[in-house]
Design a protein around this ligand. Structure first.
Ligand code: JFH
Length: 246
Protein backbone atom coordinates (compact mmCIF):
# COMPACT_ATOMS: atom_id res chain seq x y z
CA UNK A 1 0.00 0.00 0.00
CA UNK A 2 1.20 3.51 -0.90
CA UNK A 3 0.59 6.34 1.58
CA UNK A 4 1.51 10.01 1.01
CA UNK A 5 1.24 12.52 3.86
CA UNK A 6 1.41 16.27 3.22
CA UNK A 7 2.37 18.45 6.22
CA UNK A 8 4.25 21.54 7.35
CA UNK A 9 5.87 19.34 10.06
CA UNK A 10 7.45 16.46 8.10
CA UNK A 11 9.94 15.78 10.92
CA UNK A 12 7.17 15.16 13.44
CA UNK A 13 5.33 12.81 11.08
CA UNK A 14 8.47 10.88 10.03
CA UNK A 15 9.54 10.47 13.67
CA UNK A 16 6.14 9.06 14.64
CA UNK A 17 6.22 6.55 11.77
CA UNK A 18 9.79 5.38 12.40
CA UNK A 19 9.04 3.04 15.33
CA UNK A 20 6.64 0.26 16.12
CA UNK A 21 4.55 -1.94 13.88
CA UNK A 22 4.22 0.68 11.14
CA UNK A 23 7.95 1.48 11.14
CA UNK A 24 8.76 -2.20 10.76
CA UNK A 25 6.25 -2.62 7.91
CA UNK A 26 7.85 0.34 6.10
CA UNK A 27 11.29 -1.21 6.63
CA UNK A 28 10.03 -4.55 5.27
CA UNK A 29 8.59 -2.87 2.17
CA UNK A 30 4.97 -3.76 2.97
CA UNK A 31 4.06 -0.08 3.26
CA UNK A 32 5.44 2.57 0.94
CA UNK A 33 5.07 5.80 2.93
CA UNK A 34 6.28 9.23 1.80
CA UNK A 35 6.07 12.40 3.84
CA UNK A 36 5.97 15.67 1.89
CA UNK A 37 6.81 19.15 3.19
CA UNK A 38 3.95 21.42 2.14
CA UNK A 39 6.36 24.39 2.06
CA UNK A 40 8.23 22.74 -0.85
CA UNK A 41 5.09 23.53 -2.89
CA UNK A 42 4.90 27.19 -1.97
CA UNK A 43 6.00 29.61 -4.71
CA UNK A 44 7.36 32.61 -2.78
CA UNK A 45 10.77 33.07 -1.20
CA UNK A 46 9.26 33.02 2.30
CA UNK A 47 7.70 29.58 1.58
CA UNK A 48 4.29 30.92 2.63
CA UNK A 49 1.48 28.39 3.03
CA UNK A 50 -1.08 30.41 5.05
CA UNK A 51 -3.02 33.65 4.81
CA UNK A 52 -5.64 35.67 6.72
CA UNK A 53 -9.27 34.52 6.47
CA UNK A 54 -11.54 36.38 4.03
CA UNK A 55 -14.23 38.09 6.07
CA UNK A 56 -11.93 38.50 9.04
CA UNK A 57 -11.70 36.49 12.24
CA UNK A 58 -8.95 34.92 14.32
CA UNK A 59 -5.90 33.05 13.10
CA UNK A 60 -4.69 31.99 9.69
CA UNK A 61 -5.96 29.58 7.03
CA UNK A 62 -3.92 27.19 4.85
CA UNK A 63 -3.90 28.48 1.26
CA UNK A 64 -5.22 26.15 -1.44
CA UNK A 65 -2.41 26.46 -4.02
CA UNK A 66 0.39 24.60 -2.14
CA UNK A 67 -1.96 21.70 -1.25
CA UNK A 68 -3.20 21.35 -4.86
CA UNK A 69 0.41 21.57 -6.11
CA UNK A 70 1.55 18.91 -3.61
CA UNK A 71 -1.17 16.46 -4.72
CA UNK A 72 -0.40 17.22 -8.43
CA UNK A 73 3.24 16.29 -7.72
CA UNK A 74 2.21 13.11 -5.89
CA UNK A 75 -0.07 12.18 -8.82
CA UNK A 76 2.73 12.54 -11.37
CA UNK A 77 5.39 10.78 -9.25
CA UNK A 78 3.27 8.08 -7.65
CA UNK A 79 0.11 7.72 -9.75
CA UNK A 80 -3.51 8.65 -9.03
CA UNK A 81 -4.51 7.97 -5.40
CA UNK A 82 -7.72 6.09 -4.60
CA UNK A 83 -8.51 8.43 -1.69
CA UNK A 84 -7.45 11.94 -0.65
CA UNK A 85 -8.22 12.38 3.05
CA UNK A 86 -8.51 15.72 4.78
CA UNK A 87 -8.64 15.64 8.58
CA UNK A 88 -10.79 18.21 10.34
CA UNK A 89 -12.77 18.58 13.59
CA UNK A 90 -15.90 18.82 11.42
CA UNK A 91 -15.23 15.69 9.37
CA UNK A 92 -17.14 12.44 9.46
CA UNK A 93 -16.17 10.38 12.52
CA UNK A 94 -13.31 7.97 11.76
CA UNK A 95 -14.08 4.38 12.85
CA UNK A 96 -12.75 0.84 12.62
CA UNK A 97 -15.15 0.31 9.69
CA UNK A 98 -13.63 3.32 7.88
CA UNK A 99 -10.13 1.96 8.59
CA UNK A 100 -11.13 -1.42 7.12
CA UNK A 101 -12.51 0.23 3.98
CA UNK A 102 -9.38 2.41 3.53
CA UNK A 103 -7.10 -0.62 4.05
CA UNK A 104 -8.40 -1.96 0.70
CA UNK A 105 -7.42 1.23 -1.20
CA UNK A 106 -3.98 0.77 -2.76
CA UNK A 107 -2.87 4.42 -2.59
CA UNK A 108 -4.05 7.04 -0.13
CA UNK A 109 -3.04 10.67 0.40
CA UNK A 110 -3.55 12.36 3.77
CA UNK A 111 -3.53 16.17 3.98
CA UNK A 112 -2.60 17.72 7.35
CA UNK A 113 -4.09 21.13 8.05
CA UNK A 114 -2.82 23.64 10.61
CA UNK A 115 -3.79 27.02 12.08
CA UNK A 116 -7.58 27.55 12.08
CA UNK A 117 -8.05 25.15 9.20
CA UNK A 118 -7.85 24.83 5.44
CA UNK A 119 -9.37 26.84 2.56
CA UNK A 120 -12.75 25.23 1.80
CA UNK A 121 -11.81 24.69 -1.86
CA UNK A 122 -9.40 21.96 -0.72
CA UNK A 123 -12.31 20.02 0.71
CA UNK A 124 -14.50 20.70 -2.34
CA UNK A 125 -11.97 20.21 -5.14
CA UNK A 126 -9.17 18.04 -3.76
CA UNK A 127 -10.26 15.84 -0.86
CA UNK A 128 -12.41 12.78 -1.50
CA UNK A 129 -13.35 12.58 2.20
CA UNK A 130 -13.02 14.63 5.39
CA UNK A 131 -12.48 12.67 8.61
CA UNK A 132 -12.49 13.57 12.32
CA UNK A 133 -10.82 11.35 14.93
CA UNK A 134 -13.25 12.45 17.67
CA UNK A 135 -15.07 15.29 19.33
CA UNK A 136 -12.10 17.26 20.65
CA UNK A 137 -9.80 19.78 19.00
CA UNK A 138 -6.10 19.13 18.50
CA UNK A 139 -3.71 21.76 17.11
CA UNK A 140 -3.37 20.40 13.59
CA UNK A 141 -3.97 17.52 11.24
CA UNK A 142 -0.73 15.62 11.93
CA UNK A 143 -1.90 13.65 14.97
CA UNK A 144 -5.24 12.78 13.32
CA UNK A 145 -3.35 11.72 10.15
CA UNK A 146 -1.05 9.49 12.22
CA UNK A 147 -4.01 7.92 14.02
CA UNK A 148 -5.69 7.17 10.69
CA UNK A 149 -2.51 5.84 9.04
CA UNK A 150 -1.78 3.57 12.02
CA UNK A 151 -5.33 2.18 12.22
CA UNK A 152 -5.45 1.59 8.44
CA UNK A 153 -1.93 0.12 8.19
CA UNK A 154 -2.65 -2.48 10.93
CA UNK A 155 -5.36 -3.90 8.68
CA UNK A 156 -3.09 -4.28 5.65
CA UNK A 157 -2.12 -7.97 5.42
CA UNK A 158 1.41 -8.59 6.72
CA UNK A 159 1.78 -5.31 8.63
CA UNK A 160 0.96 -6.76 12.05
CA UNK A 161 3.07 -9.90 12.43
CA UNK A 162 0.44 -11.74 14.46
CA UNK A 163 -2.53 -11.94 12.07
CA UNK A 164 -4.53 -13.57 14.84
CA UNK A 165 -4.60 -10.39 16.91
CA UNK A 166 -5.92 -8.39 13.93
CA UNK A 167 -8.58 -11.03 13.30
CA UNK A 168 -9.52 -10.88 16.98
CA UNK A 169 -9.87 -7.07 16.82
CA UNK A 170 -12.30 -7.45 13.95
CA UNK A 171 -14.15 -10.32 15.59
CA UNK A 172 -14.38 -8.57 18.97
CA UNK A 173 -15.46 -5.29 17.43
CA UNK A 174 -18.47 -4.18 19.35
CA UNK A 175 -17.17 -5.50 22.68
CA UNK A 176 -14.56 -4.08 25.05
CA UNK A 177 -11.47 -6.17 25.85
CA UNK A 178 -11.32 -8.57 28.79
CA UNK A 179 -8.73 -7.73 31.50
CA UNK A 180 -5.16 -8.85 30.81
CA UNK A 181 -2.57 -10.06 33.32
CA UNK A 182 1.02 -11.18 33.07
CA UNK A 183 3.68 -12.18 35.58
CA UNK A 184 4.16 -11.81 38.51
CA UNK A 185 1.12 -13.65 39.90
CA UNK A 186 1.19 -11.34 42.92
CA UNK A 187 2.20 -7.69 42.69
CA UNK A 188 2.01 -5.17 45.54
CA UNK A 189 -0.67 -7.20 47.23
CA UNK A 190 -2.74 -7.56 44.06
CA UNK A 191 -3.36 -11.05 42.75
CA UNK A 192 -4.51 -12.50 39.44
CA UNK A 193 -7.94 -14.10 38.94
CA UNK A 194 -7.27 -17.77 39.86
CA UNK A 195 -9.03 -19.10 36.74
CA UNK A 196 -6.21 -17.59 34.59
CA UNK A 197 -3.66 -19.70 36.51
CA UNK A 198 -5.79 -22.86 36.40
CA UNK A 199 -4.91 -24.07 32.91
CA UNK A 200 -8.61 -24.80 32.21
CA UNK A 201 -8.87 -23.27 28.75
CA UNK A 202 -12.64 -23.63 28.40
CA UNK A 203 -13.13 -21.95 31.80
CA UNK A 204 -10.69 -19.19 30.85
CA UNK A 205 -12.61 -18.51 27.62
CA UNK A 206 -15.89 -18.38 29.51
CA UNK A 207 -14.44 -15.98 32.11
CA UNK A 208 -13.00 -13.68 29.43
CA UNK A 209 -16.28 -13.55 27.52
CA UNK A 210 -18.15 -12.73 30.74
CA UNK A 211 -15.64 -9.99 31.67
CA UNK A 212 -15.80 -8.47 28.18
CA UNK A 213 -19.60 -8.45 28.24
CA UNK A 214 -19.69 -7.07 31.80
CA UNK A 215 -17.29 -4.23 31.05
CA UNK A 216 -19.15 -3.35 27.89
CA UNK A 217 -22.45 -3.32 29.74
CA UNK A 218 -21.02 -1.01 32.42
CA UNK A 219 -18.86 1.34 30.36
CA UNK A 220 -20.21 1.25 26.80
CA UNK A 221 -23.77 -0.07 26.78
CA UNK A 222 -24.21 1.69 23.40
CA UNK A 223 -21.92 -0.94 21.84
CA UNK A 224 -24.26 -3.77 22.78
CA UNK A 225 -26.93 -2.40 20.43
CA UNK A 226 -24.92 -3.34 17.35
CA UNK A 227 -23.15 -6.45 18.70
CA UNK A 228 -24.07 -9.87 17.36
CA UNK A 229 -24.46 -12.08 20.42
CA UNK A 230 -25.12 -15.82 20.41
CA UNK A 231 -27.48 -17.57 22.83
CA UNK A 232 -24.65 -18.15 25.33
CA UNK A 233 -23.80 -14.42 25.35
CA UNK A 234 -27.46 -13.45 25.78
CA UNK A 235 -27.63 -15.69 28.84
CA UNK A 236 -24.42 -14.22 30.30
CA UNK A 237 -25.69 -10.72 29.62
CA UNK A 238 -28.98 -11.40 31.37
CA UNK A 239 -27.13 -12.65 34.45
CA UNK A 240 -24.81 -9.60 34.40
CA UNK A 241 -27.78 -7.25 34.05
CA UNK A 242 -29.34 -8.78 37.15
CA UNK A 243 -26.04 -8.39 39.04
CA UNK A 244 -25.95 -4.69 38.15
CA UNK A 245 -29.57 -4.23 39.27
CA UNK A 246 -28.67 -5.56 42.71
C1 JFH B 1 -7.00 20.97 13.09
C2 JFH B 1 -7.88 23.80 14.66
C3 JFH B 1 -9.16 25.29 16.03
C4 JFH B 1 -11.43 26.08 15.35
C5 JFH B 1 -14.01 23.69 16.58
C6 JFH B 1 -14.79 24.95 16.44
C7 JFH B 1 -13.76 25.99 16.02
C8 JFH B 1 -8.91 23.76 13.74
C9 JFH B 1 -6.11 21.69 11.16
C10 JFH B 1 -9.44 16.82 14.07
C11 JFH B 1 -10.05 16.39 15.21
C12 JFH B 1 -8.76 17.97 14.42
C13 JFH B 1 -7.99 18.85 13.53
C14 JFH B 1 -7.71 18.43 12.22
C15 JFH B 1 -7.07 19.31 11.34
C16 JFH B 1 -6.72 20.59 11.79
C17 JFH B 1 -6.62 23.05 14.45
C18 JFH B 1 -8.01 24.56 15.80
C19 JFH B 1 -10.20 25.25 15.11
C20 JFH B 1 -12.59 24.04 16.26
C21 JFH B 1 -10.07 24.50 13.97
C22 JFH B 1 -6.04 22.71 12.08
C23 JFH B 1 -7.62 20.12 13.98
N1 JFH B 1 -10.87 15.30 15.37
N2 JFH B 1 -9.76 17.21 16.19
N3 JFH B 1 -8.97 18.17 15.71
N4 JFH B 1 -6.55 22.26 13.25
N5 JFH B 1 -12.65 25.27 15.46
Amino acid sequence: MKIDIVTIFPGMVRAALADGVVGRAIGAGRLDVRVHDLRDHSTDRHRTVDDVPFGGGPGMVLKPEPLFAAVDAIRSERGAPGAVILTSPDGERFSHAAAARLSTVDHIVVLCGRYEGVDERVRIGLATETLSIGDYVVSGGELPALVIVDAVARLVPGVVGDEESVARDTFARGLLDYPQYTRPAEFRGMGVPPVLLSGHHAEIEKWRRREALGRTLERRPDLLEGASLDAEDQKLLQALNKEIER
